[in-house]
Design a protein. Structure first.
Ligand SMILES: Nc1ncnc2c1ncn2[C@@H]1O[C@H](COP(=O)(O)OP(=O)(O)O)[C@@H](O)[C@H]1O
Ligand SMILES: [Mg+2]
Length: 380
């Protein structure tokens, strides 16, 4: 295909870093989300989405969006039907760049509540001539439309996504024919049946845990929700033990991405993640565990205290140190700590102690424009 190549060395490196994750043992949605996030971030797109067709190609099996907050996602309410501009990418699979998506004759219209979008760049997601879906970005910030260079980059991400999907489908097929060990079967049953149902019950309880319920009844429902959450967490960790008896854990980058994905409901929006330097090879296992723990605490804090609309995680390694930076644009630690007079506050103290025990440090900062920045750094 007569596509341009990605020329910018910095972008090439980031692209390569992302594509190398195909090797990591990541679940498909986690990997695809990372690809969409990187594609958005590298082209300055405000929104990005990736749709994967189901097997009979009548609808979408996966739909991953980046850039929408929870309220916007809820307002949209349903997945795109594959009509209009998006459908076109599947019927006629080649890149499509538009200055204004509304001008396109094939546009079927946005549902009510959909954020206003103008510039559009869509490319098919395919591997070995099989079209699996599409990847599209909208609203290039500060520009009237996406560039040819953006297109080259997004085509590359879409190809990587195509391979990921193809891998996953092949893997599923192999799993279907393989005789599963009991361990794996139990782990899967627990995950698919039990957790999903507990989750559904928790959700429906959340729906009623508000007025007109009051007093003791409300308290009891809220306690039940917390208990369910705990139960789910316990089952998850048993599943993890069941299914991780032999295989080595995923690498640090894969763990971080999976964690950030898991915490999305806690944080309430997509957190951008980036890695610099030999994160995978230079960080020893115990330190990697501390890092994952630290990210979990810091992002939970962002979700619970910051009232932020954006946050980022940066993990940087050189030969001597590994540095973690978690930044949000929320109301800042000072403002938030005025909220409460008593209670926990063990989270940050614990992180500081961990860093110091490893010969490092933790630094809290309030950046110029507000928000909170936490730097956690230890020698390796
Ligand atoms: N990202 C953040 N934005 C705003 N405030 C924060 C943030 N992280 C922590 N805080 C404030 O610092 C306090 C201490 O956090 P932490 O030690 O984790 O305790 P806890 O989360 O149990 O309250 C929090 O109660 C909150 O007031
Ligand atoms: Mg905390």
């Amino acid at each position: 295909m007569p596509y341009r190549r990605v020329e910018d060395p910095a972008k090439l490196r980031r692209l390569l870093e992302a594509v190398l994750l195909l090797e990591a043992d990541l679940s498909l949605p986690v990997l695809l989300r990372h690809f969409v996030q990187e594609a958005c971030s590298m082209t300055n797109a405000r929104y990005g989405a990736l749709g994967v067709l189901n097997d009979d190609r009548t609808g979408l099996a996966e739909f991953i969006t980046v850039g929408l907050n929870d309220a916007e996602e809820r307002a949209i309410g349903h997945r795109p039907t594959g009509l209009g501009v998006l459908g076109l990418l599947i019927v006629d699979p080649k890149p499509l760049r538009l200055a204004n998506i509304a001008d396109h004759p094939g546009r079927a219209g946005f549902p009510p509540g959909h954020p206003e979008m103008r510039s559009f760049l869509g490319v098919p997601v395919a591997a070995h001539d099989e079209v699996y879906g599409n990847l599209y970005l909208t609203d290039k910030v500060g520009w009237s439309e996406f560039t040819q260079d953006d297109e080259a980059l997004v085509v590359a991400f879409a190809q990587a996504a195509g391979i990921a999907i193809e891998n996953a489908r092949l893997h599923d097929r192999v799993q279907e024919v393989a005789v599963l060990e009991d361990r794996d079967r139990i782990a899967r049953d627990l995950h698919d049946a039990v957790i999903q149902r507990l989750f559904a019950i928790g959700l429906s309880l959340q729906g009623i845990a508000r007025p007109p319920l009051e007093g003791q009844t409300l308290e009891r429902v809220q306690r039940a929700i917390r208990d369910l959450d705990d139960t789910i967490r316990q089952i998850r960790s048993s599943i993890f033990q069941l299914s991780s008896t032999s295989s080595p854990g995923p690498g640090l980058r894969a763990s971080v991405l999976a964690l950030v994905h898991e915490l999305r409901p806690v944080v309430g929006f997509d957190v951008s993640v980036s890695f610099e330097g030999p994160v995978e090879t230079a960080v020893p296992e115990p330190t990697a565990e501390h890092l994952v723990f630290t990210i979990r605490e810091l992002l939970t804090n962002v979700g619970r205290h910051a009232k932020a609309s954006r946050a980022s995680v940066l993990l940087r390694a050189d030969t001597a140190t590994v540095t973690l930076e978690v930044v949000d644009d929320g109301r800042g630690i000072e403002a938030a700590s005025g909220d409460r007079t008593s209670g926990g506050r063990l989270g940050l103290a614990n992180l500081r102690r961990r860093a110091e025990r490893l010969g490092g440090e933790m630094v809290l900062e309030t950046p110029e424009g507000g928000g909170t920045s936490v730097l956690w750094r230890v020698p390796i």
